[in-house]
Design a protein around this ligand. Structure first.
Ligand SMILES: [Zn+2]
Length: 204
């Protein structure tokens, strides 16, 4: 038996989401059918509003429903430190963990010459302008530990070479509890490069 066309369309829609295969899409479509009219209305209006009302913050390029995002609007944060991330979803993670109280800047990609992504294709010039305008004292580069992430970090630190701004990079290393044998070579290399000096802690 085949589903009616409307359900088939919905299954196709769900299948476009990452990680959703045929079976899951089918299950989601049928679960949607069981929702109340109120839930369905909220569901569909949220979907419609997503493209219409969600834009990028003019200051940091984060997702926002206003010109300035909620983080940029918050005046209680540390205005001297800027954390540079690749995507808005990285901000969500930092915020969920509540481990950073400065502001953010979303690059919207990483430099990758092989893929034709050059510095001017991502939000680097707005970062530099902002760093100077807002008198930022430290920028923390929190980019992916990959060739692209490293290239981008290096590029940004080169551009700001002549300024007094402190540039730091989050440390990459071996996950807590992991066996060294199972860590990939790039992670191990970075962990070695970012090794900690613990000699000050030794008993003398
Ligand atoms: Zn913002």
């Amino acid at each position: 038996m085949k589903y009616p066309k409307i359900i088939l369309n919905l299954i196709e829609c769900f299948k476009q989401l990452p990680g959703i295969g045929e079976k899951t899409a089918e299950r989601l479509a049928l679960a949607t059918l069981d929702m109340s009219q109120e839930q369905i209305d909220l569901f569909s209006s949220s979907l419609k509003d997503l493209k219409k009302k969600i834009k990028r913050c003019v200051n940091c390029n984060n997702l926002s429903d206003d010109d300035l995002c909620i983080i940029c609007k918050d005046k209680s944060r540390n205005s001297k430190v800027l954390c540079v991330v690749e995507e808005p979803k990285n901000i969500i993670l930092f915020e969920k963990l509540n481990i950073f109280d400065g502001y953010y800047h979303v690059l919207g990609g990483l430099i990758s010459p092989i893929d034709g992504k050059n510095p001017e294709d991502i939000n680097i010039s707005s970062l530099i302008n902002r760093v100077k305008k807002d008198k930022i004292e430290e920028i923390i580069l929190a980019l992916k530990p990959s060739v692209e992430g490293e290239t981008t970090s290096l590029y940004i630190s080169k551009i700001l070479e002549d300024t007094k701004i402190k540039i730091t990079k989050i440390a990459y290393g071996i996950p807590i509890g992991a066996e060294i044998d199972y860590v990939d070579s790039l992670t191990l290399e970075m962990a070695l490069e970012n090794r900690m000096d613990i000699s000050t802690n030794r008993n003398s």
